[in-house]
Design a protein around this ligand. Structure first.
Ligand SMILES: [Zn+2]
Ligand SMILES: [Zn+2]
Length: 353
């Protein structure tokens, strides 16, 4: 349900400052920074690029306990196991995906291709979910840029639904559902955010959240591992541009949940499944959360109070270079004596970093 008539006015452009602590490229207390010890006692190597490791507190792991108790009545139980991994995008503690140079986004996607190949080959794995939670409003307190991988012996429900819908649509029409979505979005054009030869990003017609965005290759692939090097390049470019626009919208790190939707690897064919990324932010405006309430939790349908066309227009109007500019590769310079003096004269002012 779209109820944008309740708030027709376009966003007036009010911005909030970047409330994050001063940027540091290395945090001695961060369990993801190079060389630091993690809670398991393992120490991170002095990594220089992308770094993946098995999650120390996995949601799904090979040692999942059996409950040993059989459920009664209509209830069912099954072991949920698999592997959980963490993938650090960069040794830099302060560099979000939106701020990574293009080559580093490409390197990340290539690592995710390798991870997919390795994990999907495991006999117990039926699906590989890759996702990033970013920002305190989605419960992430560590700003070190990273994503997670759950390779599970079950298929997550949204993926199951997408696989069913894709197969049903293909059977009924002979066409790939996502190809028809791409075609319709491009013909309309108002919700397209970024476009390259083999990849694009758009706010879908059916967006549930304001700024909900899909990023996808144009060609139909079941998963990220099937992308050619040229397709990875374009996907990285489109993803980078989209995330820069999101950060620039309110001149703050845009919080989001980003998920890679890939076909199950459960032995079935899943014809028509089209690999894509979905980015959802719980924010409607800076500081204004979209609460899931009566319609969503009570009734099971999403109520979007904004028109996807309006939200796409806001993102399209933002610059494609990040508002924080290029981050210097050295550590921040120490403040000079004269800076200290100025601050003492003006005790009401904090450091101007
Ligand atoms: Zn860190
Ligand atoms: Zn999806």
């Amino acid at each position: 349900m779209i109820s944008s008539h309740r708030d027709r006015r376009p966003w007036q452009g009010e911005t909030v400052g970047d409330a994050r602590a001063p940027r540091i490229d290395y945090d001695p207390t961060c369990y993801l920074c190079p060389g630091n010890a993690r809670v398991s006692g393992n120490r991170n190597p002095d990594y220089r690029g992308v770094f993946a490791f098995d999650n120390d507190h996995p949601c799904v792991g090979p040692d999942a306990p059996d409950t040993g108790v059989l459920p009664t009545g209509p209830y069912q139980v099954r072991r949920a196991d698999g592997l959980s991994r963490v993938v650090c995008y960069s040794p830099r503690h302060d560099r979000s995906l939106a701020e990574l140079p293009h080559d580093e986004i490409v390197a990340l996607l290539e690592e995710l291709q390798r991870q997919f190949r390795e994990l999907s080959a495991r006999p117990e794995v039926r699906h590989v979910l890759m996702f990033e939670n970013k920002g305190e409003v989605v419960g992430v307190s560590n700003p070190h840029p990273h994503c997670q991988i759950y390779a599970t012996n079950f298929v997550f429900r949204t993926i199951e639904l997408e696989a069913e819908a894709s197969e049903e649509y293909l059977g009924a029409s002979g066409r790939v559902l996502f190809q028809d979505i791409i075609g319709t979005e491009e013909t309309d054009g108002r919700r397209i955010l970024a476009s390259r030869e083999s990849a694009l990003a758009f706010v879908p017609y059916f967006a549930r959240y304001a700024y909900e965005t899909f990023v996808a290759p144009r060609a139909t692939h079941a998963n990220i591992a099937e992308l050619s090097p040229a397709e990875v390049e374009d996907l990285a470019a489109v993803l980078g541009e989209t995330l820069v626009r999101m950060d620039n919208l309110w001149r703050m790190p845009f919080p989001y949940i980003m998920a890679f939707h890939q076909a199950p690897v459960d032995g079935a064919l899943h014809p028509g499944f089209h690999f894509h990324l979905e980015i959802h932010t719980p924010l409607r405006k800076p500081g204004l959360l979209k609460y899931l309430a009566g319609p969503e939790i009570g009734g099971g349908n999403f109520l979007n109070d904004t028109a996807p066309e309006d939200k796409a227009a806001e993102l399209r109007a933002t610059p494609t270079t990040h508002y924080r500019g290029v981050i210097p590769s050295e550590a921040p310079a120490l403040r000079s004596e004269s800076d200290e003096g100025r601050d003492r004269d003006r005790p009401d002012r904090g450091p101007s970093a």
